[in-house]
Design a protein around this ligand. Sequence first.
Ligand code: F3S
Length: 398
Amino acid sequence: MELTKEEQAMLDGKEGYAVRKSMEILVALGEIFGAKSLIDVGSVQVAGVSYHNLGDAGLEFLNELAADGRVRVLTTLNPAGMDLENWQQLGISPEFAEKQNLVIDAFQRMGILVSCTCTPYLIGNLPLYGEHVAWSESSAVTFANSVLGAKTNREGGPSALAAAFVGKTPCYGLHLDENRVPDVHVQLNTELTKLSDWGALGYAIGKKAENKIPYITGVKSADLDELKSFGASLVTYGAKPLFYIRGITPGAELQPQPKAQVTIEQADIKNAYDNINDDVNDIDFVCVGCPHCSIKEIQEIASLIKDKKVASDTELWVATSRTTKQLADKRGYTQIIEAAGGKFACDTCMAVAPLKGRFKALATTSAKGCFYSRQNLMKTKMGSIQECVNAAVSGKWN
Ligand code: F3S
């Protein structure tokens, strides 16, 4: 890989330990994937924030970098292992909280915005069409590539952090237009009627278009929440972190329609639900907000749960960014949800919080949330926000 004089100096350690380490990571990655050079990035999203996943070795690595490393571009953080303010209310132990706070402290010293959300595009990290960025977090990467038209590979935590310290990333993969060409045409032959249908669609296409870039036709309309839910599911269940929907996502009309074709029928959507949903009726955990809730989703939860009560043996979590919750506070939605017994889980989510063994059965709107909650040994049910609120109030599914 060709380096400029400045990049070579960084690699030689002229700008300190964190920059040298970062250059080593970026050059190694570039050489593995055949990049010819580094390119500037407009922003970075760093995943790998939960102490649950990092452990002491990860914390030590972060502290070493934080000793002299400062980020050069806008850098936001993925969810942490707990609500940074309200962790006790969510049943997090003081020992875990202490370690998680040390992780956050290290990121803060690096100059990273402690946003702790997987929807950075809702709180000000909003790349422009065609802009190169270095993001980790598969759902955010998919949204950035597909809905915003920005260009990013699916970075890991360390490579994203390295890009933040250098302000650059190796130019390969989805940074190159030739690798952004769709390779399977997906014709949708059925209607999608609720938010969770988009998660089911992501499952169905992910399975049929494994490791491919789908070019989807037959979609009449889509809103932001549907697209963020769809992208999260699509990439979780197998496709590349980029999709095109004709008439909906930017740049779709500029791409050739691939010859290879698959169709999605109502039976495929039903099959997705059958695979995602377990045979369970008693629900002790309801979580909406994977990816993190938008203000519109919180508004809907508030209007559905107003004057009702969450069942005594069930917890309802609304997972969102702290910034979005502040808006919910101002608009009165928080008060309504909390009066009903619901809890806000800011800064965190059901996949990265230490929940293994705590709940038996989850109800959620999210196909991705079901995938990760099964790893936390929960049975899962996926449905609309209305169905999730009903489950929270009755403790039952349907
Ligand atoms: Fe976000 Fe956690 Fe889901 S990071 S996409 S809420 S698994």
